[in-house]
Design a protein around this ligand. Structure first.
Ligand code: HEM
Ligand SMILES: [Cu+2]
Length: 546
């Protein structure tokens, strides 16, 4: 009996993904706090550039690849079984994907910790690390492709059995993310397989940096939206219900998910504005496409705002903003949504500066950039990961928290920590403090005034660390709580759709449009490297001590 329930709900599978995601997260935030301490100039123990770069590589690899991939996969499995109300098409394949990722994580992290792959998570060619680092990451990507296949398969099976019915919104968003991830990983997979791995095996003596950076940029922007999508799915399908209301528009959700997929892919070249290998025309094109990404975000802010306003007014809130105060802020999902929106607002403002061709020059490769993505990703998105974990865990283990107080405290600590960390970081970036530099000579009067800012930022880092550890503690103590209802309910739309046009109920049109956009945005920029061989650089092997 129990065995059947476990298979059907895939509880153990989901807990395995979440468990490893959050365990590695806990390690990475400790590394983050130590990195802050090094940069503050307060001379902690073991300050050495080697240790710093090993640590930043480990922190970036965990936070950029390991934690979010496992989180999104666990999230996807949960959404698939609960929103479609049926087992996964093949749980064994899901486990194979999981174990491939486990093998990949061990294979990639061992050389990083041994100082043999301090190439940072963006690889930085012509720097080249141990081949095991790259092979490990390939395994992580390949493992996640099992998830993509399962998500698409689960949706199409369900559609066959429910002809003409709208795919539940949460699952629609989830499969949007699966397609997004398929397109996203193509760039980095090509860079690893055709460039980094041959270089690290000693098969090639030079590496085309222009091509490598372009393939990486292909991945670097949409990967951010892959991290982000669970947060958006939670905004649409969990937050309105948690507040006691309904979703204002199901259609806006579908449209936003599709637009996020479309507009996040053909834009990565905005990471290469200062690089010489591309013409200004293509940079301008990708800048304009980047600007379009604000559209689905604004659709989301308005739709969720409207959904929440209805709840607030029904609860007696009046006036232009009175309804905001009337919302049930004591509920973690509602609080997290509010905090996440505020952080998204600050971060989005910074993002418009990054994406502007001209203004980008001001902040390129400074601490501003680190501040920006910690605010959006570490702040806005991870806050929603917390809220999602608090929502799912009781359903997975059948226990609920003893009290919501430590949960609220945790969300506040994290949000305050992220603001205290990133505000000074933005300022330092404007003053020109480079990112990815371990030690600064604060005795130099030209930069002496940076130090107080770095110390404030470090304090913020420790507040985040406290918030992150409290999160783990909250999950552990949940097991001592009273029994919980294990049913998952998603938000119902104000007017639940009966019929949805196929363009908004599947991904065929979206994928064709993407093919067109990607050819337009990257066809020539990538194609040129095959007839203008201008950017080869001698490979520099960090694992051989050179
Ligand atoms: C206690 C919390 C955290 C602290 C104190 C922290 C601190 C840091 C520091 C000091 C750096 C290196 C900056 C540099 O040398 O330029 C860094 C890099 C980074 N952090 Fe965090 N971080 C934290 C949490 C997070 C979270 C939650 C995420 C994302 C989920 C994240 C993602 C990254 C990434 C992707 C890098 C880039 C590494 C690179 O430049 O190669 N961090 N972090
Ligand atoms: Cu980007």
């Amino acid at each position: 009996m129990e065995g059947r329930a476990v298979t059907y709900r895939a509880d153990r599978l989901i807990l395995a993904h979440f468990g490893v995601a959050f365990a590695t997260f806990a390690v990475a935030i400790i590394l983050g706090a130590w990195q802050m301490t090094v940069r503050s100039g307060l001379n902690p123990v073991f300050t050495s550039p080697e240790a710093y770069f090993a640590s930043v590589t480990a922190h970036g690899t965990i936070m950029g690849y390991v934690m979010p991939t496992l989180f999104v996969m666990g999230f996807g499995y949960f959404v698939a079984v609960t929103s479609l109300d049926r087992p996964l098409p093949n749980t064994r394949l899901a486990w194979i994907g999981f174990w491939l990722i486990m093998a990949g994580v061990v294979m990639a992290m061992a050389p990083v910790l041994a100082g043999k792959a301090t190439v940072l998570y963006t690889f930085y060619p012509p720097l080249t690390g141990s081949v095991f680092y790259y092979l490990g990451l390939v395994l992580v990507v390949v493992g996640s492709w099992f998830w993509i296949a399962l998500m698409i398969w689960a949706m199409s099976d369900w559609k066959k059995d429910n002809p003409g019915k709208p795919v539940p919104l949460a699952m629609f968003g989830n499969v949007a993310n699966a397609f997004l991830w398929l397109w996203t990983t193509a760039g980095v997979a090509a860079e690893l397989l055709f460039q980094a791995i041959p270089a690290s095996l000693g098969w090639t003596q030079t590496i085309d940096i222009g091509l490598a950076r372009t393939l990486f940029a292909w991945t670097l922007h949409p990967i951010v939206y892959f991290w982000l999508l669970p947060a958006y799915i939670a905004f649409y399908t969990m937050a309105p219900r948690a507040a006691g209301g309904r979703l204002y528009s199901d259609m806006m959700g579908r449209l936003s998910f599709l637009l996020l997929v479309l507009y996040s892919l053909p834009v990565g070249m905005h990471h290469l504005f200062t690089d010489p290998e591309h013409g200004t025309g293509f940079k301008f094109l990708q800048m304009m496409l980047t600007a379009l990404v604000t559209v689905p975000t604004l659709l989301t802010i308005f739709t969720i705002g409207a959904s929440m306003e209805i709840v607030g007014r029904l609860r007696g809130g009046r006036g232009l903003f009175g309804w905001i105060g009337a919302l049930p802020w004591d509920r973690p999902m509602v609080l997290a949504t509010g905090l996440s929106f505020v952080l998204l607002g600050f971060g989005g403002f910074g993002g418009t500066i990054n994406m502007s061709y001209g203004m980008n020059a001001m902040i390129h490769n400074t601490s501003w950039v680190t501040a920006h993505f910690h605010l959006i990703y570490g702040g806005s998105v991870v806050t929603m990961y917390f809220a999602i974990a608090y929502e799912f865990w009781p359903k997975l283990v059948g226990r609920q928290p003893l009290s919501l107080k430590p949960i609220r405290l945790q969300l506040w600590l994290w949000a305050i920590g992220i603001v205290v960390t990133t505000f000074p970081w933005h300022v330092l970036g404007l003053f020109g403090e480079p990112r990815r530099v371990a030690t600064f000579d604060y005795a130099n009067p030209a930069i002496a005034f940076w130090q107080p800012w770095t110390i404030v930022s470090m304090i913020g880092g420790y507040i985040m660390l406290a918030g992150g550890l409290l999160f783990v503690w909250n999950l552990v103590t949940l097991y001592r709580g009273p029994e919980a209802d294990r049913q998952m309910h998603y938000a119902v739309a104000l007017h639940p759709p009966q019929r949805v046009p196929s363009a908004l109920n599947g991904f065929a049109l979206c994928n064709w449009l993407l093919l067109f956009l990607m050819l337009m945005a990257y066809g020539y920029p990538i194609g040129q490297f095959f007839f203008i061989k201008d950017y080869p650089a001698p490979i520099h092997r960090v694992d051989l001590g050179g």
